[in-house]
Every structure is written in C-alpha cells, then in structure tokens.
Write a protein that binds this ligand. Structure first.
Ligand code: XMP
Length: 314
C-alpha cells in the first residue's frame, strides 16, 4: 500500500542501488519538486549529492536569498550560482515565448554544465503530469510549450537520470516532503515555471521591466498570504503586459504599463478555472500596486480558464 513513509523507504533503496558509489548532481529551484527530490536523494547518499541553485535573474523578489535560508536547515550541500548577467544578455531583444524558453533552457545547461565535475547522475524532480504532458503535446511536428525541465539536459551531459518523483502527483509529493521534515513554507508554495518571469514580462525583457513585475507581484502574493487566499488557489502571479495605458495621477496625465493578475484553481495544472477572488480583495491589491509600484497605472484581472487559455500568458 502507498504511504509517504513506505515510498521514502523504497526510494532510498532504489536510489542507493541506482547511484552505486557514484556522485550525484541536482539543480534546485526552491520549488516543491526539486526540494523534495533533493532531500530524498540526500537521505539515500548524503554528501555524495551536490545541489546547484542557479539564479537566472528571472526569479521573484529576493528569491535566491529566501531559498538559501529555507534550505539551510535541511543539510543539503548547495552551490549558489549568480548567472543573471549572462541570462539577461542572451535574452536581450527576444520577444517570442518559444525563443525565450529555448535560450533559457540552453543557457541553463551551459551554466549548469560548469558545475559538473565528477558527477555521474542527475536528479530531476519530474512528476507524473510532466511526463504525461510532455508526451501528449508532442504532435508529429511540434510541441505546444517546450517545458525545458523535461529532457535535454542528461543526454548532452552523459548523466544518468534519477527521477524519484516521476510516478507522483503534486499532493503526494507534498505528503512525502512533509514526512521528510521539509517546512510547510516550501511545500505549500505555488508552482513556478522554469523560465520564470521571462514568460511573465510579455515581449522583450529589460531589468527595469523585470523589477516592475517583481515589485507588483510581491504585493499580490503578500496580500494573498495575509488574507489566507494563497492556500486556496493553485497558482497566482502577475503578468506585465507590453501595453501602455493612459491614466491620471494628481493633475497629471500618465502613460504607463498595464499589469494583469492571474489566479487559478486546478488540481494538476492541466486544466484550470480562474479563481473567483473577492472583489474587495482585488480592489485592495489593485490600489496598492498602482500607488506603490512606479511604472504601473492600470491593473486587470484575467478571467480565462484552461482550456482554451493556458495558465501562463506566454
Ligand atoms: P500552462 O501555461 O501550460 O501552464 O497552462 C501549466 C503549468 O506549467 C507551468 N509552466 C511551465 N513550467 N516550464 C516550466 O517548468 C515552462 O516552460 C512552463 N510553462 C508553463 C505553469 O506555471 C503552470 O503551473
């Protein structure tokens, strides 16, 4: 019978068997999946696991610092790589979502490769829905969205894959994480896409636009947490639109950016309904963002469901 405890015991044996005497590398993102996968592997092989956290400059506000703080007590051996400059340089003037994903995927491989020394295995926090979706969207000629955290990496690096979570759904991963003693703060985080804020600043990126988005999104998430709504939605985030709108501030006309807020209910991300957040709440968030974030003078709420829309805008 499946239980988090028996799953962990079984996986520890499997991981030990798979890794043998070899050393293992793991890219961690601060999300639930990679954290649970890393902690599980470190339970099995201890210091032979080397974790790498790549700050690609596309993360939420103070994310690198926060993640390192959360992960410190878990006893993982972690290298933090500051790669903001190289990512932003390569993404300069790139507007197409698929091109962004490809560049980010390639750059990640490049940066990650430099961290590999004698490791023979790569841990990935791939879940069951990732496996399904990456298979089912592959028509004869194209993929709907190339989820860069599935595939690509190991082949070129001659690393063998360890994917201890590939048969689990998100809820099961959280249960396993809880059993492993991972803090709720990490376990209950919303999913965050590999390409990060690059697909939430629509069109081409600049550091300035990324910062505008970061400041706005921090307010949205902070208010969601304050009101307890954060745990009621499956994912929530802000999107900076490549659109300017006219507004008025004091007696001055403004011509600034439009921000979209997105919050969805879902069980696995494959389908989703827009979350019916209370109007009072939306009003508070909108007022705070327009008053506190320079560069935004209008906030819209996305009321599309998946399908036919997707959760992300790019
Ligand atoms: P969509 O937009 O396809 O998103 O409805 C479904 C879920 O997947 C996340 N997402 C991604 N995750 N790399 C990722 O690791 C990606 O390129 C990517 N695109 C979307 C999205 O945040 C949502 O949770």
């Amino acid at each position: 019978d499946w239980s988090p405890k028996s799953f962990i015991e079984h996986q520890i044996e499997e991981i030990r068997e798979a890794a043998g005497e070899g050393t293992v590398i793991c890219g961690i993102s601060g999300g639930v999946d990679s954290t649970v996968a890393a902690v599980l592997v470190s339970k099995a092989i201890g210091e032979r696991l080397h974790c790498v956290f790549v700050d690609n400059g596309l993360l939420r506000k103070d994310e690198g610092k926060k993640v390192m703080e959360f992960l410190k007590p878990l006893g993982l051996r972690i290298t933090l790589v500051d790669a903001e400059d190289i990512f932003l340089k390569r993404l300069k003037s790139v507007a197409s979502p698929e091109k962004k994903r490809k560049i980010i995927g390639r750059t990640f491989i490049h940066v990650f490769e430099e961290q590999i020394h004698e490791e023979k295995f790569l841990v990935q926090g791939t879940l069951y829905p990732d496996v399904i979706e990456s298979v089912s969207v592959k028509g004869p000629s194209e993929t709907i969205k190339s989820h860069h955290n599935v595939g690509g990496l190991p082949k070129r690096m001659k690393l063998k894959l360890i994917e201890p979570l590939r048969e689990l759904f998100k809820d099961e991963v959280r249960a396993v994480g809880r059993e492993l003693g991972i803090p709720e703060e990490i376990l209950m985080r919303h999913p965050f896409p590999g390409p990060g804020l690059a697909v939430r600043v629509l069109g081409s990126l600049t550091r300035e636009r990324l910062d505008i988005l970061r400041n706005a999104d921090e307010i949205f998430i902070e208010e969601l947490k304050k009101t307890g709504l954060y745990q009621q939605v499956w994912q929530a985030f802000s999107v900076l639109l490549p659109v300017q709108s006219v507004g008025v501030m004091g007696d001055k006309r403004t011509y600034e950016n439009v921000l979209a807020l997105r919050a969805v209910e879902s069980s696995d991300g494959m389908t989703a309904d827009w979350a019916h957040l209370p109007h009072e709440f939306l009003s508070t968030v909108s007022n705070r963002i327009i008053n506190e974030v320079r560069g935004i003078n209008r906030v819209a709420y996305d009321i599309s469901s998946k399908p036919p829309a997707t959760i992300e805008w790019e």
